[in-house]
Design a protein around this ligand. Structure first.
Ligand SMILES: CC(C)(COP(=O)(O)OP(=O)(O)OC[C@H]1O[C@@H](n2cnc3c(N)ncnc32)[C@H](O)[C@@H]1OP(=O)(O)O)[C@@H](O)C(=O)NCCC(=O)NCCS
Length: 144
C-alpha cells in the first residue's frame, strides 16, 4: 500500500474519479463536494478546494482511503476521512492520520487540528484513539 499526499488541484481526473467512487460510500451530505451525480463536482464546489490537500491510501492503483484537509495559519481542519468498506480494520486510517500529523508538524505552521463528527459515528472511537478530545458540543432538537 502506498500513502501519498497531494494538493487537491494536482489530482488527476482519474484520481478525482476514484475519490468520488470512495465517497459514494458516505452519506450525501458528508461527501463535501466530491460527487458524481446531482451535486456540483469536486472542482466546482464553493469551498476553495485548490487550497486543500489530500492524503491517499492506494492499493493496486486504486484509492482505498483518504483524508481531505486544509490549513489556514495555525489551524488545520480535517474535512473528510474515509476508508473503503472492504479495507477497514487494517490500520489504513491510522496510517493516513500519522502521515497527516507528520506533514502538519514538519511542513506547516499548524499547531491545532480540528474536525467535526456526528455524535453517533463509530469513527469517534478512532479519533479518541488518535488522541482527539471533545471541546465543543453542538446540540440539536427536532422542532416538529
Ligand atoms: C472511521 C474509519 C475511517 C476507520 O478506518 P479504519 O482504517 O478501519 O481504521 P483503523 O483500522 O486504522 O482503526 C484504528 C483503531 O480505531 C478503532 N476503530 C476504527 N473504526 C472504528 C469504529 N467504527 N468503531 C469503533 N472503533 C473503531 C479500531 O478498533 C482500531 O483500533 P485497534 O487497532 O486497537 O483495533 C472507517 O471506519 C470509515 O471510513 N468509516 C466511514 C466514514 C466515516 O465515518 N468517516 C468519519 C466521518 S467524520
Amino acid at each position: 500500500m502506498d500513502i501519498m499526499r497531494k494538493s487537491a488541484e494536482d489530482l488527476s481526473n482519474e484520481e478525482v474519479s476514484m475519490i468520488e467512487d470512495l465517497l459514494e460510500e458516505l452519506e450525501l451530505e458528508e461527501r463535501h463536494g466530491y460527487s458524481k451525480d446531482g451535486m456540483p463536482s469536486y472542482k466546482s464546489w464553493n469551498r476553495p478546494y485548490s487550497e486543500n490537500d489530500v492524503i491517499l491510501a492506494i492499493v493496486d492503483s486504486v484509492v482505498v482511503g483518504l483524508i481531505d484537509f486544509s490549513v489556514i495559519d495555525s489551524t488545520a481542519t480535517m474535512h473528510v476521512l474515509v476508508v473503503s468498506e472492504g479495507f477497514r480494520n487494517q490500520g489504513i486510517a491510522t496510517k493516513l492520520y500519522k502521515e497527516l500529523k507528520k506533514y502538519l508538524k514538519h511542513d506547516t505552521w499548524a499547531n491545532e487540528l480540528h474536525l467535526s463528527v456526528r455524535a453517533n459515528n463509530g469513527a469517534i472511537e478512532f479519533y479518541k484513539k488518535m488522541g482527539f478530545i471533545s471541546y465543543h458540543v453542538e446540540m440539536y432538537s427536532n422542532i416538529l
